[in-house]
Design a protein around this ligand. Structure first.
Ligand SMILES: [Zn+2]
Length: 118
């Protein structure tokens, strides 16, 4: 089974601003040329939150979501593998994996999961 493609990010070829999702024009310089890049390396947790009222398809009572920045400057939102938010702090190192995050109509939906390294 092949792994699903990692999250694409769109980097403006002129000013370097990262976009996700895709925009027709750069939000800063308004040009239309983008390079597709992917998050690389480990990441640092920028912020996180806990969601306790989840939609259908999540087999868990609560979900911790975090925004992290990768070594190449890419930022991404993902689920965090932690027992509680008390285990987390902003700035901590996290590893990322592309995994099944939920099921919709029996089909797996993939996304980023972060795992604390500290
Ligand atoms: Zn730009």
């Amino acid at each position: 089974m092949s792994a699903p493609a990692p999250l694409p990010l769109y980097r403006c070829a002129h000013c370097g601003r990262l976009h996700h999702p895709f925009h027709d024009r750069c939000l800063d310089c308004k040009r239309r040329d983008f390079d597709i890049i992917h998050p690389q390396g480990n990441a640092r947790l920028l912020t996180y939150t806990v969601i306790v009222s989840l939609p259908e398809g999540f087999d868990q009572p609560a979900l911790i979501l975090g925004l992290a920045e990768f070594e190449n400057g890419a930022r991404a939102l993902g689920q965090i593998k932690a027992g509680s938010a008390k285990e987390l702090r902003t700035g901590m190192a996290v590893a990322s994996r592309w995994e099944t995050i939920r099921f919709v109509n029996g089909q797996p939906i993939h996304g980023i999961k972060f795992e604390p390294l500290e």
